[in-house]
Ligand binder design. Structure first.
Ligand SMILES: *Cc1c(COP(=O)(O)O)cnc(C)c1O
Length: 352
């Protein structure tokens, strides 16, 4: 076999599964199990799995269009929003295109870019662990086809505020797509952080069709295991993204579970508020212990531990807690249930 040589160098996207029974704070999942109504919808879908799913996810798309105030033609669904990020790169780039993003940011971006064979432009974060928008603007090249703005940023939790976002989009050449990755939108409680979809709609109305948004049911809606996310974009962008969609890749259980989750949205968003409250408690306690940590608007915290990251990781594991450590850089810790967070806090306390 002649596998592509460049894939050898690619890290495998493989989260830890070595510690059965441990407290999992490493994947930014929702600690709360699915609602009974959602399980019901999935159970009903199970009796029809001899049939292919609706490849266009028509009902789900119609629901989302109504909820978001956009046309169905301005939506595309994907097997998780991660898949949509890859579809966007596939739709806009080949070996002559480049993808620009902050670093550190979502681990998927470099993997998807390389999978497609597109170049990567990684722009270091600010000293405050936020996206450096000015540096990102300065890093744009003639090859740049799309920019990922992850807000709040994974893994640092820092958001992009409205005035900064508007200034940024204004300065990006109109032929470059700006993809706002809002995987954690539902955990934002700062009013200066815009709703990406509302922002995009305003931009389109002003003739700037280059703004797109990806969102997911994996985090706030607790459907990580089913894989479903969506893109909101100008009609031409959504259409070209649908061209690279792997047929039927959003399965029928995912489609009905997403709809049932929209039915139960109030309940699910109330859970997000509980997580946000826990985030505040955890952050305050960690600051109190003496950790430094940037502001966060997501369902996780970032501990910029530098060289201590690996040691911190081992320490947490010895306390039965799995965090996501990035060697030499820091550790990302998902907000879990209050009990889980207490176990983590005890571990964090004894590390000092
Ligand atoms: C989790 C995450 C996603 C994708 O999640 P899916 O499960 O693929 O929908 C996308 N972007 C960021 C920044 C994430 O953290």
């Amino acid at each position: 076999m002649h596998a592509r040589a460049d894939l050898t160098a690619l890290p495998s996207y493989a989260p830890e599964h070595r510690f059965p029974g441990a407290i999992k704070l490493d994947n930014n999942e929702n600690a709360f199990g699915p609602l009974p109504s959602v399980v019901d919808a999935i159970t009903k879908a199970a009796s029809r799995i001899n049939r292919y799913p609706d490849s266009g996810a028509t009902e789900l798309v119609a629901r989302l269009a109504t909820k978001l105030g956009v046309d169905a033609a301005q939506l595309a669904v994907g097997s998780g929003s991660a898949m949509l990020c890859q579809h966007l790169i596939q739709a806009l780039c080949n070996s002559t295109g480049a993808v620009l993003f902050g670093w550190r940011s979502f681990e998927g971006y470099p993997i998807f870019a390389q999978t497609v064979g597109a170049a990567q432009i990684k722009v270091p974060l600010t000293a405050g662990h936020a996206l450096d928008l000015d540096a990102m603007l300065a890093a744009i090249t003639p090859e740049t086809r799309l920019i990922f703005l992850c807000t709040p940023n994974n893994p640092t939790g820092t958001p992009v505020r409205e005035a900064d976002l508007a200034r940024f989009v204004d300065a990006v050449p109109p032929e470059i797509l700006v993809v706002i990755d809002e995987a954690y939108r539902e955990f934002v409680d700062d009013r200066d952080v815009p709703d990406g979809v509302e922002f995009a709609k305003e931009q389109w109305a002003a003739g700037r069709h280059q703004v797109a948004v990806v969102r997911t049911f994996s985090k706030a809606y607790g459907l990580a295991g089913l894989r479903v996310g969506y893109l909101v974009a100008a009609e031409t962008v959504a259409a070209v993204t649908r061209k690279v969609y792997i047929p039927f890749s959003v399965n029928s259980a995912a489609q009905v579970a997403a709809q049932a989750s929209l039915d139960a949205e109030d309940e699910l968003l109330a859970r997000c508020q509980d997580i946000v409250a826990e985030r505040g408690r955890l952050r305050a306690e960690l600051l109190d212990i003496g950790y430094q940590l940037p502001e966060t608007q997501a369902n996780f915290l970032w501990l910029p531990l530098g060289e201590l990251a690996a040691q911190f990781n081992e320490h947490c594991l010895s306390h039965n807690v799995i965090v996501r450590a990035y060697d030499g850089d820091g550790a990302r810790v998902t907000i879990g249930t209050p009990q889980e967070n207490d176990v983590f806090l005890a571990a964090a306390r004894s590390f000092r």
